[in-house]
Design a protein around this ligand. Sequence first.
Ligand code: TRP
Length: 339
Amino acid sequence: MQQTTEQTERKKRVLSCIQPTGIPTLGNYLGALRNWVDMQDSFDCAFAVADLHALTVRQEPSKLRQQIYEMFALLLAIGLDPEKHMIFVQSQVPQHAELSWLLSCCTQFGELSRMTQFKDKSQKHSDNINLGLFAYPTLMAADILLYQPDFVPVGEDQKQHCELTRNIAERFNSLYGSTFTVPEPYIMRRGGRVRSLQDPTKKMSKSDENQNAFISLKDDPDTVLRKFRRAVTDSEAVVRYAEGKDGINNLMDIYSTITDKDYDAIEAEFAGRGYGDFKTAVGEAVVEVLKPVQECFAVYMSDKAQLDALMKQGAERASWVAARTLNKAKKKMGLLLEK
Ligand code: TRP
């Protein structure tokens, strides 16, 4: 089935991955995942659960196993279509680890040392600065280059890794002849910057120690409404988008992303009404968005056998594409393919 897509239609391809390190936040959903869903109409897509990347920091095996299932189920629950696109778990497609080695030999120590995420993470996990953490960007380059995508939708924080991927691809192509498509990062525009509900100068993050600062996609309606009611605002009591009103700006961004209303329309809707009404409205809008996702997620999670089957199908499709690229790269480098 992949042959026809590759040879005839030639839609542009996108690839992205997400680590299975806990249930994503509303920020991850509005800023990234929902855009993936929309991209399915215009692109040929590959989306994966990056479980090998999660191993760069210590994980509890039983918990990781559960989180891989949950992330995969969530990707399906938000509406990614495993019949039309490649939706898979990274470690089930062995070509990722293999190409990663080939690319490691085309990546300089100095380049990896400059990665800001490596510097941050090695500070945060100073008891476990392992080789995987250092080599992480070459694995990410392999994830990407195996599928020859035109675009890689990522957040701002992954831009440096995408740049490195481009450099590795260009270097490989010039050393060994044209092999990889050099992909463009596709920095997501819509809903890209959902902030903490407790400190709107910070990004919304699931690792925030204050539970009220973020909305988890698993939060039930009462929790969502309560967290929005407690969201930090300001003392002006006028719903308008303006400098210095980070809390309200953030709530307006969330509301706008969900309802497609612009700031003027939102200001008009809440003119003369207090923040209480507005916060409730935002909370209710979020509840409505999460409801179908949560229902669908529960159905998928209740049937692990079906999830296993869908993972298998996704991995088979992905490895059909990945194997072609890997073999091409091996041959160009002078390795012998199995006869
Ligand atoms: N490193 C990305 C993150 O932490 C996840 C990721 C892994 C990824 N491989 C990728 C993203 C390939 C885009 C393309 O968010």
